[in-house]
Ligand binder design. Structure first.
Ligand code: AGP
Length: 614
């Protein structure tokens, strides 16, 4: 959570940092700030609220200089105030620092620093600036090397997580960055370099990056980057190239990133399947699996571990693995998995699913699963992210940059990859070539059918406007569409702030039916699959209690109209692939409800895109 950007080069830093903060705003948007050096003094400005408030403020307090750091905050310790916004300053005001993460022992560190240290914020981060500034004063070398050593010494006292960038008034020719549990990327340019908490803000300038690992520290100068461990040993690392393009981080004429990302789905779906089919063998080929055919046959349990939307994508994977591969499969929410005692052995295959690849709970669960000897594979979007590097293999979902807090296209591509894995295992164990080929052919129909659903957006918008003032919603699905109901309800909650619950259709009569009244509408997913009649009965039960119903039904299903106030039709699809289509109307419905209620669609209150704290 929180976003960091740093620049050192020949250009004016302020516009670059401001633009970087705009790109990072999805990571935190309660306050922001930047500090710039003109090679003799440091100047700083901070602001509560959106990045545009900072931009406005900077019109009157122009900060000249070609070295700088900036931060957008998602509060953890201390309220949303200008004093708590980053950068934070050391006791003498000479060192400034931006920090992502949590310093667990900040109270002890403050006590150790003594009464001569005056803290102006309530944050845990400020103590780092004091600590490192003091260490720098103790160093003989008052240069970049001395600053790097001071950072190393300061951090040796710290318990917790951090991604930091440090700048010192007396050492204006370098920035120092370090990482422990909170990602840091160094962007390598020509006569200029960048530091950021993820690659999004630097894509406009360079695709060449160095990903810091935990326990590493980098000395970043205008034309040189050197890496070390915290114990000051040299680290050599290859510069990697990021293939995402900067356009993906633009709204491209859409009013919100979320709507743009919903519309990206037909295209990025094709990116997720490209080169991953073997039509002749009727199977998927996901090279990153790194398992022999024998190991694939020996697996006796599959667990999908993830949080939020990613866990609902995992639930689709569970249904598909059981159906195609005949392997018992389950989904575990990462924050639960890590604190119970999961039964795992070397015949368990764990898929860790994450858009950001940085979710703290998912990462901790990954480490636990590895410790217990499971095969651990990633299904991840952000290239070079921590989860992608700590798994022993896996697959990138190729959804491109997803910037709206509400996940849409990453969900779709996670589902896609999970289905491809299920097919690959199915073919290795029990599925025939012909069945595999039918499934692959169904995949090929998906983009056109997604486009058809997107072309219905105006009528979905009308429905959304009709229902926007209801205070509660129920989402119902059965089988592979139960995770779709869960995802629909989460989308509505997170961007419109309307209370919504999701249930499997068959559960209604065991309690939730008591909620139903004229004021409690139900959104039901009722495609013409093997559970159609069962779902119909569940909806009849709601109708009998005067509940209003919006239905997602298969094109041509005229009976659906008898059951519902409103029907959204979707093209027919092979059952296992239905979530790839049926989720889209729910995304659009939530989006248009949120717009009608004038919510901040891309940056919903209290949420952050990348949840790097527990
Ligand atoms: C999705 O709309 C949510 N913002 C959230 O549930 C998200 O899916 C979850 O935090 C997991 O994030 P990850 O995929 O980056 O791990």
């Amino acid at each position: 959570m929180c976003g960091i950007i740093g620049y050192i080069g020949k250009r004016q830093a302020a516009p670059i940092l401001l633009q970087g903060l705009r790109r990072l705003e999805y990571r935190g948007y309660d306050s922001s700030g930047m500090a710039i050096s003109d090679h003799s003094t440091l100047a700083m400005t901070k602001c509560v609220g959106k990045i545009e408030n900072l931009a406005e403020k900077m019109k009157t307090s122009h900060l000249p200089g070609s070295v700088g750091i900036a931060h957008t905050r998602w509060a953890t310790h201390g309220g949303v105030t200008e004093l708590n916004a980053h950068p934070h300053t050391g006791n003498k005001g000479k060192l400034v620092l931006v920090h992502n993460g949590i310093i667990e022992n900040y109270r002890e560190l403050k006590d150790q620093l003594g009464p001569e240290h005056h803290f102006t914020s309530e944050t845990d981060s400020e103590v780092l600036a004091h600590l490192i500034e003091r260490e720098f004063d103790l160093q003989e070398q008052k240069n970049c090397e001395g600053l790097r050593k001071a950072v190393g010494c300061g951090l040796s006292h710290v318990k917790g997580t951090y991604g930091i960038v440090v700048m010192h008034e007396d050492v204006p020719d370098c920035l120092i960055t370090a990482r422990m549990g909170s990602p840091i990327v160094v962007g390598v340019g020509k006569d200029e370099n960048y530091i950021a908490s993820d690659a999004t803000p630097i894509l406009a300038y360079t695709r060449d990056v160095l990903f810091l690992d935990d326990g590493e520290i980098a000395e970043v100068k205008e034309n040189n980057v050197r890496l070390f461990t915290l114990k000051d040993e040299i680290v050599s690392k290859k510069v990697e190239e990021i293939h995402w393009n900067d356009e993906q981080a633009e709204k491209q004429g859409f009013p919100h990133f979320m709507l743009k990302e919903i519309h990206d789905q037909p295209t990025v779906f094709e990116d997720a399947i490209r080169g991953r089919f073997n039509m002749a063998e009727g199977t998927a080929v996901l090279g990153g699996l790194n398992m022999t055919e024998q190991q694939m046959r020996d697996i006796n349990r599959v667990i999908f571990i993830a949080c939020g939307t990613a866990s609902y994508a995992g639930m689709v994977g569970k249904y598909a693995f059981e159906r195609l591969a005949g392997i018992p499969a389950e989904v575990d929410v990462a924050s639960e998995f890590r604190y119970r005692d999961p039964i795992i052995d070397e015949k368990t295959l764990v898929f860790v699913m994450s858009q950001s690849g940085e979710t703290a709970d998912t990462l901790a669960a990954l480490r636990e699963a590895k410790r217990k000897g499971a095969f651990v594979r990633g299904i991840v979007n952000v290239i070079g992210s921590t989860i992608s590097r700590e798994t022993d293999g896996g697959t990138y979902i190729h959804a491109g940059a997803e910037l709206a807090v509400a996940s849409t296209k990453a969900y779709t591509n996670m589902v896609t990859v999970a289905l491809l894995y299920a097919l690959q295992f199915g073919r290795a164990r029990r599925v025939s070539i012909a069945t595999g080929q039918r499934m692959l052919n169904a995949f090929l129909e998906i983009p056109e059918k997604m486009n058809w659903i997107l072309s219905q957006k105006d009528s979905i918008k009308e429905i959304a406007e009709k229902y926007k003032d209801y205070k509660n919603f129920l989402f119902l699905g059965r089988g592979i569409n139960y995770p779709v109901a869960l995802e629909g309800s989460l989308k509505l909650k997170e961007i419109s702030y309307i209370h919504a619950e999701a249930y499997p259709g068959g559960e209604m009569k065991h309690g939730p039916l008591a909620l139903i009244s004229e004021d409690f509408p139900t959104f039901a997913i009722m495609p013409q699959n093997q559970l159609y009649e069962k779902m119909r009965s569940n909806i009849e039960e709601i109708r009998a209690r005067k509940g209003k119903v919006i239905l997602i039904a298969t094109q041509g299903d005229e009976r659906a109209k008898e059951l519902a106030e409103d029907v959204i039709y979707v093209p027919a699809m092979k059952e296992l692939l239905e979530p790839l289509l049926n989720t889209i109307p729910l995304q659009l419905f939530s989006y248009y409800v949120a717009v009608a209620l004038k919510r901040d669609v891309d940056r919903p209150r209290n949420l952050a895109k990348s949840v790097t704290v527990e």
